[in-house]
Design a protein around this ligand. Sequence first.
Ligand code: ADP
Ligand code: MG
Length: 265
Amino acid sequence: MSARVMAVANQKGGVGKTTTVVNLAAGLAELGRRVLIIDLDPQANATMGCGIDKHGLERSVYHVLIDECETREAVVRSETGGFDVLPANRDLAGADVELVEMMARETRLKVSLADVESDYDYIFIDCPPALNMMTINGFVAADSVIIPMQCEYFALEGLAELSTTLRKIKKWLNPKIEIEGVLRTLFEPQRLLSVQVSEQLKKHYGDKVYNTVIPRNVRLAEAPSYGRPIFAYDRSSRGAKAYAALAAELVSRLEPATQPQTDNV
Ligand code: ADP
Ligand code: MG
């Protein structure tokens, strides 16, 4: 069986993409799943947030994309997360331009993953806050997309642009791509706006909206500075409980066969 590959994307920055990648991966690792994170953002927040020093890397996703090494040679272990990481650093900032000269620039990540896909149950791709060549590589490599959304006023407009890009990807590059789920992040239930936008989202995306909501929780913001996913930082926090619930929801949606069967006969 090969991994389910999910890109976590939203061209808006600061909506919780990286936080979701790191903590959902850690939540699934806690459930015994084999997980790989791919960091496609030159800021390397996912890499650092997993306890991997971006300055000490000899190889990274950049070297994989420009064909200087094999995928497996660049993968490192997150000890604090219990999963593997294909890390990034600043080198990746030039990759968009470098890839223009290269063959198959949109499909490089997809081809690079073929070697390692059978080693994992889930692969999460942390996309940068732009619909650029890195994000396109993420969409081409992925089976589906998780869209983290902060329930703010212009949130839905941003989603329209993302949907247009996904339609183009589906037509030209990856016919199987679909929306895996829409995740409400940085949620503040006491704010009327949060609740209103949340209702609009449900109207528009229906079942695609995860039941699990990620609240604004300061522990989630603190954990990355210690290089730790939330479970290795404060597992009793509301943030930890929310990401544990999200991991469980994902498993119940994607692995129905592993759920106990009820037999009425
Ligand atoms: P993105 O990857 O979409 O740019 P991040 O995951 O890096 O967003 O989150 C942006 C900032 O908000 C970071 O400083 C992060 O620690 C913080 N943050 C993310 N999710 C939460 C949350 N649920 N509660 C509190 N802070 C959060
Ligand atoms: Mg990020």
